[in-house]
Structures are given as structure tokens and as C-alpha cells.
Write a protein that binds this ligand. Structure first.
Ligand code: ZN
Length: 480
């Protein structure tokens, strides 16, 4: 009892001494003593901001070091713009930067409000600094990444304390500077590959108690929002994870670098250099039963000439012989899918046979063409829940059956497309092994272009029309 009492007396004594000291400092204008690292004027702010911009720069920069400083109360701001690729990039970057600044200000205002609720009249808005760093990175495959990184600091008693950090990225076509979807630069399996790497990396790098609650969902490749925040460099892909999502908030934004060799089969050799306008109509042309020989060669030539693309569903046993067509298709931005090994109706196959039909074909396409198919077209459109479960791939049926295999008549094949009202969102079925189909393609593809109807791959059509990556289910058509 006595010990406790004397301890309390000592504590009061210390507090009074400190208070006297504090008021003396304030009187003498020496309060700065407690703010050694905190900026007090523009020059000190520039010092602080430059130091923050210089340290642990997350991004690969290749541009200028122009920094704009705005010294103000309660916000001071430093923005480094790193623009090397012309005005169209800088415009998009500005939009990103401005939306970022508003976001930061909103967050700060919200934090202020909460403090005010607690403290009432005693509350004084703290000084804040927003440091914005940007970078433009070229990948060498035609994709340009723009990243905007933002850190917000709040004046603490002794120094500026990091309050929050955030990053936003944007992918552009190097040729046109139009924004592109990640799947125009990467094959859709990239999320699975990235997830394997990232999970291992985090487990190796951080201890159990540093993981946030529910972190698993932020690394789940099936969640559509995940793995969309990244930059592509010449060496690999750097994925970013928002602060407090996977690893403890105190680490801020965390990033994981994955070298390209680990991302095998998921990097497109060339970014599809065609801008897809989500508001304009689009169709997916599909060709089954290849790879074909001369007819398919003509089809590819026609697609390339018109800047168009298609999806080819290959039967596995032909892949070795005609791989050159498959390679060309990939090179011009087409998609390769799986059409079984030798075309049996899959509902008549047992589990083991289905697995073999699909697995062997995927392996052959990987080996001879160098891409990993992610879509299945069941032969004859013959499909069931049981097949779906075993196949474990999105199944792509069709909306428009041109009956090219039956009529072998280029005019009739063309008409079946031309006479379809509202082509937007439709999947067209043809076969790349007939000369008449090549003839029809030479009419259809330029005609679509003239109508302002974009050709996209099936994966792109799914992504643009549903907002999601392809899932294990059946797709036939899409409405607006
Ligand atoms: Zn077929």
C-alpha cells in the first residue's frame, strides 16, 4: 500500500517538472526542439520530401527527376512525374495522380473527423505530407506499365509518421498508348502461376504473426480483382499488394518480383496491339478441328492482314504436324484452345478417358506451340456436368453455327454471319481445315471490320462481357 502511494507521488512530481519545462520551451519559442524531423517551412519540407522520394524507391524509374513541391497547410505535397513516352501517357498518368490525390485527401479528412469527434474543441488538424512517385516501365513485349505510388505522412510529436501507402498501376500498349487489359499482355493462367510463387515467397519472407487476418483471399487466383496491380519490366513482373491486406499494415504496400522464366507459358510474345473498345460491339470467331494445313495458313494470313484475331480449338493428335500454324496464330494474338485428342463425344468417355483426351492435348499444345490452353471446346458440343467436373476447364460452345463443314459453300457461310442481327457478344463456329472456310473467312473478316465490329478471342470476350476471367462452366453467348 505504502509503496504504491509513494510511486504515485513520484509520478506526479515528474509530470509537473515536464509541464514546467514544456511551458518554458513554448514561451521561449523553442518547441521546435520536439519537432526535429518535422518540417517547419518550405525548405524543410523539400528536404523531407526529397529524402522520402529517394529512399526505398519501389519502382524502376527511367525518366526525369522533375519534382513539384506544394507547401501548404494542412497538406503539403511532392509529386515526381516520370514520363518518357509522350503526352498520351502523361495525360493518363495525370488522371491517375489526380484521383490518387483526391483519395488521399479524403482519407486524411476522414481521419481528422474521427479525431475531432474524440477530442472536440481541443482538436487541431495535424500537418500532412503526401508524397507521390510515378514511374513508366517498358517490358520489351509491347506493354508499358504506369505506376503511381503514394505515401501519406502525418506530423507526430517528434517526426512525420507514415500514415498510409497505396499504389495503382495501369497497362498501356506501347504502340498506341491505349490502356490494355492484363490478358492482352498475359495469358489468363498468369494468375495461377503468380499465386504459386507469391504464396511461397510470403511464407518464406514473413513470420506467421505478420500475416493479416484473411490474407489468403488476397492471394486467391480465382478472385477477379487479385493480381491486377502489377508492372511489367524487362526482367519480370512485379505484383503489388495493398497495405494491410496480406502483410501487416506497418510494412505498407508490399511487392513481389517474379522473373519471366518462372511465368512460363503465361507471357504473350507480343502484346496484342489492337485496342479493344469495351463500348463497341465484339465477336469471337472460333475455328475447330485444326491445326490445319493450307486452309488455316490462309485464314491466319487474312486475320493478320485485317488486324483481327480468332480462337483455334485444336485436336491434339494433329498438333505436332502443323505446329507452325499454331505458333503463327499465337504470334498474331490468337488464342489456342483444347478440342480433345481425337474428337470423341466426351459424354461417351469414362473419367480416365476424358482426362487423357484433355491432358494429352494440353501437353502437346504446350510442347509444340508453347502456350497453355485454358479453354475447352467439347467435340460436337457434347457436354455434361460429369464431363465438366472431370475436364475442369471452361467449356466454350457457340452462338452462330455457320455449318461450314456441311455446306462447304463460302457464300452460305458468309451469309450465316451477315444475316445474324446484333452480332455483339456472339461466338461464331467454323472449322479451319476446309478451303471453303478460308474463302468465307476472307469475306467475313473484312466485312466485320467495315461494320465496326471488333474481333476478340474467346477469353477476351468473356472478360469484357462478364467482367470476369473465364470460369469452369459453359459459355455460349453474351448479352450487353
Ligand atoms: Zn470438332
Amino acid at each position: 500500500m505504502d509503496n504504491n502511494k509513494s510511486f504515485r507521488n513520484v509520478r506526479w512530481f515528474v509530470i509537473i517538472i515536464v509541464l514546467v519545462f514544456l511551458s518554458a520551451c513554448a514561451y521561449g519559442g523553442a518547441l521546435i526542439y520536439f519537432d526535429t524531423d518535422k518540417y517547419q517551412n518550405k525548405a524543410e519540407f523539400i528536404d523531407f520530401a526529397s529524402h522520402e522520394l529517394g529512399k526505398d524507391r519501389l519502382l524502376t524509374a527511367n525518366g526525369s527527376d522533375d519534382i513539384e513541391y506544394t507547401y501548404d497547410t494542412p497538406f503539403s505535397m511532392a509529386v515526381r512525374k516520370d514520363i518518357t513516352l509522350g503526352d498520351s501517357v502523361s495525360n493518363k498518368e495525370s488522371v491517375l495522380i489526380n484521383s490518387f490525390i483526391s483519395k488521399c485527401q479524403l482519407e486524411a479528412a476522414k481521419a481528422d473527423q474521427e479525431e475531432y469527434k474524440k477530442k472536440g474543441d481541443k482538436f487541431k488538424t495535424p500537418e500532412r505530407a503526401i508524397i507521390i512517385d510515378t514511374s513508366v516501365t517498358e517490358s520489351g513485349t509491347g506493354a508499358v506499365s504506369v505506376a503511381v505510388y503514394c505515401k501519406m505522412y502525418k506530423a507526430g510529436t517528434r517526426k512525420m509518421e507514415l500514415e498510409s501507402s497505396d499504389i495503382e498501376t495501369l497497362l498501356l500498349s506501347e504502340e498506341t498508348y491505349n490502356s490494355i487489359e492484363p490478358i492482352q499482355a498475359l495469358n489468363i493462367t498468369y494468375k495461377d502461376r503468380a499465386s504459386q510463387f507469391v504464396n511461397k515467397y510470403f511464407e518464406r519472407t514473413y513470420s506467421d504473426d505478420e500475416f493479416c487476418e484473411g490474407w489468403e483471399s488476397y492471394l486467391d487466383p480465382d478472385n477477379d480483382d487479385n493480381y491486377e496491380n502489377f508492372i511489367m519490366t524487362k526482367e519480370g513482373i512485379e505484383f503489388f499488394f495493398d497495405e494491410g491486406t496480406v502483410i501487416d499494415k506497418s510494412y505498407g504496400v508490399v511487392s513481389v518480383d517474379i522473373p519471366y522464366f518462372y511465368m512460363d507459358y503465361t507471357i504473350r510474345e507480343a502484346v496484342i496491339d489492337r485496342y479493344i473498345d469495351p463500348n463497341k460491339p465484339m465477336v469471337a470467331i472460333t475455328y475447330d478441328d485444326g491445326p490445319g494445313d493450307k486452309s488455316e495458313k490462309r485464314i491466319l494470313k487474312c486475320l493478320e492482314k485485317n488486324g483481327s484475331v480468332a480462337t483455334f480449338f485444336y485436336v491434339g493428335y494433329r498438333v505436332d504436324d502443323f505446329a507452325y500454324n499454331g505458333k503463327k496464330a499465337v504470334e498474331i494474338g490468337c488464342e489456342i484452345g483444347n478440342h480433345s485428342w481425337d474428337h470423341p463425344p466426351l459424354t461417351t468417355c469414362n473419367k480416365k478417358q476424358i482426362r487423357k483426351q484433355i491432358g494429352k492435348t494440353n501437353d502437346a499444345i504446350k510442347e509444340y506451340i508453347g502456350v497453355e490452353p485454358t479453354l475447352l471446346r467439347p467435340p460436337y458440343g457434347d457436354f455434361s456436368d460429369r464431363v465438366e467436373k472431370v475436364a475442369d476447364m471452361p467449356a466454350i460452345l457457340w452462338t452462330i453455327d455457320t455449318l461450314d463443314w456441311k455446306t462447304r459453300n463460302p457464300k452460305k457461310i458468309f451469309k450465316s454471319v451477315k444475316n445474324t442481327k446484333h452480332l455483339d457478344g456472339k461466338i461464331i463456329l467454323m472449322h479451319s481445315i476446309y478451303d471453303e472456310t478460308a474463302d468465307a473467312t476472307e469475306k467475313i473478316v473484312p466485312w466485320l471490320k467495315k461494320q465496326g465490329i471488333q474481333t476478340v478471342t474467346v477469353s477476351e470476350l468473356i472478360k469484357y462481357k462478364t467482367g470476369e476471367m473465364p470460369k469452369v462452366k459453359v459459355y455460349r453467348t453474351f448479352k450487353k
